[in-house]
Design a protein around this ligand. Structure first.
Ligand SMILES: Cc1ncc(COP(=O)(O)O)c(C=O)c1O
Length: 442
């Protein structure tokens, strides 16, 4: 074997402890990919697998884009690593300039991290620092939401709302509360785009939580504009707008975790632009580098940035940072990715094809067992309720789809879909027809 190719299945699978994976079961029935191009993975035995989830919500421009591959190759040979603690390298500055040009108005600074989890923890710390510097250091409490995913750091996990992911890790950060989730299938099942019912009431629950704690003790509210990992929960009409109003009323920062919704997923650079509601901090990762090199970041609005920058000069304005903040390979990959998004008009493409996507996924409404279908931009979920005391078949359906050549993901009772923004109409049909076949084959 050519040592650099990694094209065959390894002899032993024991040593690698895979994340968020039932390792022993997986290793009895492993599924491998060893190459990728465009919309497809390729298995070691040469089967093409259509990627209906953009890797893990990240490969928005399609796999192994030549421009991005070349940028990484070139950067690796020119400057492999440089610390960003008091030392600069051009690619990170160049990328920060380009990214903030694309960000919503008033977001002119970005703090780099190495992943979505790190971006979330960075944003939570920025919120606390913001209040401390304003002389309101008692504002230390954080509000998240049920059924939310904010990565796996202790900060992100504390504001996240998926019980199974928290149960072994004790009380986590003190002083966190959770908004109710917005999934209301009784009223909103089979909504196309933003559901009609419940937006104002779900958001007004924030007022109750704030009053129960006292507003002067709370630093920030963090939500995913569209909850991704928990099953593509689309915000009902008026929901995000009302959250913004309640935060303003009490001087709380509003943080949008756009790790999934950033970089074109909703047909605009960021979900906040697509949905028309501006937070104070935007977490991003994933599509930043098209998934090719780990990277995360927090876009900071001018108000928050000005507060931190008002501190005396000569010491770090934000006592925080990672060895890999602004990593040269990540910055080079991110710059090339942004160029690809812009030159190929991929965000507009996502907007243009979203209607075709919506019609296609909703055509599954009469498949036996389907209890809800949700979509926005190039995201969708197909929910299969538990049937006659049997668990939801979502996982088994996802496994059958892989065997038939389409990669999709099961999240709880739902199949979640987030194809690369280059997906064609034929490929959309292939995804939907494979799900239809797999659901009926059960
Ligand atoms: C909304 C959201 N936030 C944070 C994260 C964590 O990102 P990472 O896995 O890069 O740490 C994810 C990952 O899926 C996510 O979906």
């Amino acid at each position: 074997m050519n040592d650099l190719a990694f094209d065959t299945t390894p002899n032993s699978l024991e040593a690698y402890w895979m994340p968020f994976t039932p390792n022993r079961a997986w290793k009895r029935d492993p599924r491998f990919v060893s190459r990728a191009q465009g919309m497809h993975y390729v298995t070691p035995d040469g089967r093409q697998i259509l990627d209906a989830i953009a890797g893990l919500w990240c490969v928005n421009a399609g796999h192994c884009h030549p421009r991005i591959v070349e940028a990484i190759r070139h950067q690796a040979g020119q400057l492999d690593y440089a610390s960003s603690f008091g030392l600069g390298h051009p690619a990170a500055f160049e990328y920060a300039n380009r990214l903030t040009e694309m960000a919503p108005d008033g977001f002119n600074r970005v703090f780099f991290a190495g992943s979505g989890s790190e971006a979330v923890d960075t944003a939570l710390k920025l919120a606390l620092a913001h209040h401390a510097i304003r002389g309101e250091g008692q504002r230390v409490k954080l509000i998240g939401r049920q059924r939310s995913y904010h990565g796996v750091g202790f900060g992100g996990l504390s504001v996240a709302g998926i019980g199974a992911q928290r149960k072994h890790y004790g009380p986590l950060l003190p002083g966190t509360s959770h908004l109710p989730h917005t999934h209301d299938p009784a009223r909103n099942a089979f909504s196309r785009g933003r559901p009609e019912h419940g937006g104002i009431a779900f958001a007004e629950a924030l007022e109750g939580i704030i009053q129960a704690q006292d507003p002067s003790t709370i630093a920030a509210v963090i939500v995913e504009p569209v909850a991704g990992s928990t099953g593509v929960l689309v915000p009902p009409v008026g929901y995000l707008e009302r959250l913004r109003e309640v935060c303003d009323r009490h001087n709380l920062l509003l943080i949008f975790d756009e790790v999934v919704t950033g970089f074109g997923r909703l047909g605009a650079p960021f979900g906040s632009q697509a949905l028309g509601v501006m937070p104070d901090l935007i977490c991003c990762a994933k599509g930043m580098t098209n998934g090719a090199v780990p990277m995360g970041g927090v876009l900071v609005n001018d108000r928050v940035a000005a507060g931190l920058m008002s501190q005396p000069e000569g010491m770090a304005e934000f006592m925080h940072g990672y060895t890999y903040s602004g990593h040269p390979l990540a910055a080079a990959a991110a710059l090339a990715t942004l160029q690809v998004y812009q030159e190929e008009g991929l965000f507009q493409r996502a907007a243009d094809i979203a209607g075709t996507w919506e019609d296609a996924v909703h055509s599954l409404h009469d498949v036996p067992g389907v209890t809800d279908i949700r979509n926005i931009g190039l995201l969708a979920a197909i929910e299969f309720g538990p049937q006659e005391d049997k668990p939801s078949p979502a996982r088994a359906i996802a496994a059958r789809c892989f065997d038939k050549g389409v990669l999709i993901r099961a999240a709880g009772d739902s199949l979640v879909l987030s194809p690369p923004l280059i997906v064609s109409t034929d490929q959309i049909n292939e995804i939907v027809e494979t799900i239809r076949w797999a659901a009926r084959a059960g």
